[in-house]
Design a protein around this ligand. Sequence first.
Ligand code: FAD
Ligand code: SF4
Length: 502
Amino acid sequence: MNDTLHEAGKEALEHAAHEELRRVAAIRAEGRELSPRDRMALPTQAMPCQDSALRSRNMFEVAEGYGESQARLEAERCLDCKNAPCVKGCPVWVDIPLFIKKIREGDFQGSARVIKRTNLLPSICGRVCPQESQCQAECTLGKSLKSVDQAVQIGRLERWVADRERACGACDLPDIGASSGKKVAVVGSGPAGLTTAIDLRRAGHEVVVFEAFQKTGGVMVYGIPEFRLPKSLVAMESGLLSEMGVRYELNFLVGRTRKLGALIREDGFDAVFVGAGAGLPKFMDMPGENLVGVFSANEYLTRANLMKAYDRERAATPIYPSRRVAVLGGGNVAMDSARMALRLGAEEVRVLYRRTREEMPARAEEVGHAMEEGVIFDFLASPTKVLGNDKGIAEALEILSYTLGEPDTSGRRSPVPIKGSERVVPFDTIIVAIGNESNPLLAKTTPDLKVDKRGHILVDDKQKTSMDRVYAGGDIVLGAATVILAMGEGRRAAAAINELLA
Ligand code: FAD
Ligand code: SF4
């Protein structure tokens, strides 16, 4: 990595923020506090990023994080609204105005404590929460300036506070209540499971987390790539649970290693939380999808993230040699797959999407980052079949062009195929990133557990399932959703279990 280049951007932003802070200090030296008008005039702090030409070939984190001056200046922009609408936009109710006020006052450790009262995974949430549709969407400043991009950058501040606390080696653990004598099983160690485990342990229960994989963290480890969410952070934040006394049982597939019902009937657990996620990839059901070189995004990203395919010498799986890669889909998973393919050495990566950029479900920032890095977008295009050679290896896609028709039930204009527009384009790797469904294992092996027709576990408003003492939350209930929504469901389930066991 070219340190000079990437440090220059960060340094320049930090320097500009430092100068602005001097003006803020001058106002205070005159004995007056900043007015809302003064705060609104302060510039929104940009996120320093690695240069796109460099980062597209390395696995280092793209967003580098604020420096202290940038964080302090961004904190000065908060209007400290009495009704705090931003808190209502956060699924785990972080006390946003208070943690930001503490940054302003220079009490960074106090700020971290405020966040961790309700969110023990702040480094993660600060990086991957879709803040623009959650806390920041509600920000009064953003609304006054008529752009969500101008809202107080809550996620970036949360990240900065958490990163700073870790860098100082001062991570406070939450208080743990006196032993309740009760034991709870948590199935799955994704954000839903981890959050539930934390709140259950706080209440003094013995907590065991059963995880099918060899590492904890769920999609945060095997799905979201290293360059957006460093795995050391996930390991550190999920490691806090071990320090709190939560026990992990890894390589343990509930439903196979042990049946769900047996955990309560035979193993003495007083309650169970199921946070098993939505890990079953969808395919397009087109001819040739079983050829060598066609991957689900799940498999592709798991090989790269969990098994470190990019680390050629030490990888637990060989890297699949790709030159021309097609990624099918328009969501965040498609963006992650395309950007990962570049980093694994592909010469050309194209995203094929049936609609246009406007209809893409991926976050605008992720699409922008992918474009900057050299990913090519073929809009209004989707494949009809994969063509292979006589050895069963994928060699090309037959692609059909589309136009946009009337809006469908999702409100987006529906793609209409253009007859006779088929063309054949050579690709050696095809990554299918059109979504995930619930893994059917638990439902199949637990007849009393009610699920809907898509396999999502049915729960009431306290996350209780059809089974006595069994609760569920996260993607297994919501379908593929977000980290923070999964955490919100985990908190609600833990509150209900704590009430049950009180
Ligand atoms: P998961 O994270 O899926 O965790 C479930 C865990 O349960 C897994 O570890 C699994 O191995 C384990 N498990 C499953 N079945 C069993 C069993 N029978 N026994 C034991 N263990 C079991 N969200 C965001 O907010 N921001 C993003 O930027 C973002 N990017 C994403 C990128 C990708 C590539 C993907 C795939 C998803 C992304 N998401 C993002 C979505 C987000 O990661 C999920 O919504 C979230 O992780 C769901 O949390 P969960 O705890 O419900 O499930
Ligand atoms: Fe916003 Fe996510 Fe932090 Fe809540 S946890 S304040 S939604 S960044």
